[in-house]
Design a protein around this ligand. Structure first.
Ligand code: SF4
Length: 237
């Protein structure tokens, strides 16, 4: 499909971040905070991960726990959903990479127990359509060359020490990004005797990208937020 599109347009690569593609499915929606009647508050009980809580006159959504199962939309038919899928958050108050890294940011990815879906989205970033290298962002196989540790998965017990060793091997300054609900909160597996409650249980986080899985553009959004090329977001409560 990409090849056909490229031939038709004469250009294969997405114009993002100059403009955002409007293709349906490119950036899938997530539930958003919804005012509900008293009868509608039962929606919190259908959520399998505890992402929904009552908050004043409405239902609040913890996107870091949402696995996008849609039960709150289809089973309970209560929650509103948004197409505002770029919900990257800066969670640390410490400084982000800044201008010095704008044209050369090296990212080490660690699979800390991902189910495969987030890695699949991540892999798309080096394809001709997303062409992450044009933005000065590169994946590296060695932590010695890495500026950013990008974690996917809830951090299983088997990967805990490997993740810590990778972080220790990275030179200063360094930053940590949790991508996907598993890496943010450990859902649906952790915390348990086999896995942690996400990467934040093990390492200090700087940026999180919710979604299950987050689409390639949301991950790219997170990297550009880290680089200061997109405006910083509100810290998570
Ligand atoms: S989509 Fe599923 S996980 Fe997300 S808030 Fe709704 S019920 Fe919970």
């Amino acid at each position: 499909m990409w090849t056909t599109k490229g031939l038709a347009r004469g250009l294969l690569t997405t114009p993002y971040p100059r403009s955002r593609p409007a293709d349906p499915g490119a950036m899938p929606p997530l539930p958003r905070v919804t005012p509900v009647t008293e009868a509608g508050t039962a929606v919190t009980e259908v959520c399998p991960t505890g992402a929904l809580t009552l908050d004043g006159g409405g239902v609040a959504v913890d996107l870091g726990r949402c696995i996008a199962c849609q039960r709150c939309r289809l089973d309970a038919a209560t929650m509103a959903w948004t197409s505002k899928q770029h919900v990257v958050r800066q969670v640390s108050a410490s400084g982000l990479p800044g201008k010095a890294f704008r044209h050369s940011l090296h990212v080490r990815v660690v699979d800390a127990g991902d189910g495969g879906e987030t890695l699949r989205e991540l892999r798309q970033l080096t394809s001709p359509y997303y062409a992450i290298h044009r933005l000065g962002i590169f994946f590296t196989p060695t932590p010695r060359d890495a500026d950013v540790l990008l974690v996917v998965g809830p951090v299983t017990q088997g990967m805990r020490q490997a993740l810590l060793d990778t972080y220790q091997a990275m030179p200063q300054p360094k930053w940590v990004m949790a991508v996907g609900s598993g890496a943010i909160s450990g859902v649906p597996f952790g915390p348990s005797f086999t896995s942690a409650a996400g990467a934040g249980d093990v390492l200090p986080l700087d940026v999180v990208v919710p979604g299950n899985p987050p689409p390639p553009l949301a991950i790219l959004d997170g990297l550009l937020t880290l680089l200061g090329r997109l405006p910083a977001r509100e810290p998570l409560p």
